[in-house]
Design a protein around this ligand. Structure first.
Ligand code: IMP
Ligand code: MG
Length: 178
């Protein structure tokens, strides 16, 4: 594993190794297995960033559950400047279900708040949030996160699903910008 890498025009340094990441994921999977036992949850993984986290998380989830993948298309509302997230690719009904949103990172929290608002319209029983990474200092929304694998400072990071300009998602460790 290389300590310093270059992606496009930026240098990144090794920040969190795979083993530490996966310890965090195992810890929240154990919490999910205990908390959501008997609830038959449906996991909603948000593409692209959450693909690697979702794969690793689901290997550790041992309760009966489903997983599906969604993508968010953001657009500006016509009458307000509010950031709206359209949820694409959700073919399953989530009405009355325990939904677990699986996200790569919560930064300002804007994306997650908008996504939860959209999902609420579909009348789930409850919505839990599982995120690989959380930047507490960057949070600008009132938002409860149920499962956080790792808390990090506000630096820009890549790897383990997260990208810089489309690149770096395949890195098995997490790197931060130098
Ligand atoms: P939020 O709406 O500000 O919470 O940002 C959420 C989205 O911004 C995430 O789903 C990521 O796609 C992206 N993002 C935030 N911080 C980072 C980072 O450090 N690296 C890569 N993407 C990031
Ligand atoms: Mg994302």
């Amino acid at each position: 594993m290389k300590e310093i890498i270059t992606i496009r025009d930026r240098q990144f340094e090794l920040f969190i190794e795979q083993e530490i990441i996966e310890q965090g994921i195992k810890r929240i999977a154990a919490q999910i297995n205990a908390d959501l036992k008997g609830k038959n949850p449906i996991f909603l993984a948000v593409l692209n960033g959450a693909f690697m986290f979702a794969g690793e998380l689901m290997k550790e989830v041992s309760i009966p559950s489903e997983i599906t993948f969604v993508r968010l298309a953001s657009y500006d509302g016509t009458t307000t400047t509010n950031h709206v997230q359209e949820v694409m690719g959700l073919n399953e009904s989530i009405e009355g279900r325990c939904v677990v949103v699986v996200e790569d990172i919560v930064d300002s929290g804007n994306t997650m708040v908008a996504l939860k608002e959209e999902l609420e319209k579909l009348n789930p029983q409850e919505i839990k949030v599982a995120t690989l990474l959380f930047k507490p200092a960057a949070l600008r929304q009132k938002l409860h996160l149920d499962y956080v694998a790792l808390e990090i400072p506000s630096d820009f990071i890549v790897g383990y699903g997260l990208d810089y300009d489309g690149y770096g998602r395949n890195l098995k460790d997490i790197y931060k910008v130098k």
